[in-house]
Design a protein around this ligand. Structure first.
Ligand code: SF4
Length: 282
């Protein structure tokens, strides 16, 4: 058995099997990323779509994802590449791009407004080695780097990546421990530690998806936004908060989409504490 130290689960992985995330395996007693360079999604996206509202606004960024996830959000909007059975087909079927090939594509796209590479779509940190190798090379070539994550990797992993990542959008999916542990199978304190450490070196934006009857109270938004409002980006500006509307998806189809008026009301509450608040999916 080999123990994985990447996220809070600390899976014990026996030779040739997969950890909880479906992306890491053990070979010769060592844990390695089985999804290294296996690309399931690639697109030149507007940076606002990450979402990053205050990092090179108006630019595009080459966005890539692999497969697997270490959380179990029942409403996952990307379940076909995250944790459904379907997602695991990519272990054999994904296209392989080594870091050099991906950086080459990013450079070729500069004349289409591309500023760099964003690691997104599935959880990038479960395959952090690919992020690290590619981001290093991207920086050497004058590209910007961004990462969209659930923020549940260990801080030792963040420390390795921090010098090479310019911007992050991290999900803070709610502000109660019970929601994180019972609904998402995750850990809220770890996400908060991750965000408050990462914001020291990278431009940070935070996203909260509002799920009816789970994390949609005004009190919860008051507490969450007060915490986000206490953070400062490296340039001294406030950390933007994106409040997004939920749509029934995947294993959570027992409720309607979040009421648009509620999203706007929660955004108003957040503005009492946070300088830049954006609504999404409305
Ligand atoms: S990254 Fe994957 S294998 Fe490693 S501890 Fe987390 S869930 Fe387990």
């Amino acid at each position: 058995m080999a123990r994985c130290e990447v996220c809070f689960r600390h899976c014990e992985i026996s030779e040739g099997t997969l950890g909880f995330c479906g992306a890491r395996t053990a070979r010769n007693g060592v844990v390695i990323p089985d999804n290294y360079g296996k690309i399931t999604s690639i697109a030149l996206d507007p940076i606002e779509k990450k979402p990053l509202a205050r990092f090179y606004p108006g630019s595009n960024i080459l966005s890539v994802g692999s497969y697997g996830c270490n959380l179990r959000c029942p409403f996952c909007q990307n379940h076909d590449i995250s944790w459904s059975e379907q997602a695991m087909r990519f272990a054999k079927n994904a296209n392989y791009l080594n870091p050099g090939e991906l950086v080459e594509i990013a450079i070729e796209l500069r004349d289409k407004g591309n500023i760099g590479i964003a690691f997104t779509y599935n959880e990038p940190l479960i395959g952090y080695e690919y992020v690290l190798d590619t981001a290093k090379l991207a920086k050497e070539n004058g590209l910007k780097t961004a990462m969209v994550s659930n923020g549940t990797a260990e801080l030792s992993i963040l420390k390795k990546l921090a010098p090479y990542i310019d911007a992050m959008n991290i999900d803070l999916k709610g502000f109660t421990d019970s929601y994180y542990s019972k609904v998402l199978n995750g850990n809220r304190n770890q996400v908060m530690d991750f965000i408050s450490t990462a914001v020291k070196t990278a431009h940070m934006e935070v996203t909260t998806l509002i799920i009816p009857d789970e994390n949609d109270s005004e009190d919860e938004m008051r507490s969450l936004s007060a915490w986000v409002g206490s953070l400062r980006n490296p340039d001294g500006s406030g950390v933007p908060l994106h409040i997004s509307r939920f749509f029934p998806r995947f294993h959570m189809t027992d409720r309607n989409a979040t009421d648009v008026d509620l999203v706007y009301r929660l955004a108003e509450i957040a503005r009492e504490n946070v300088e830049y608040v954006y609504t999404g999916n409305c």
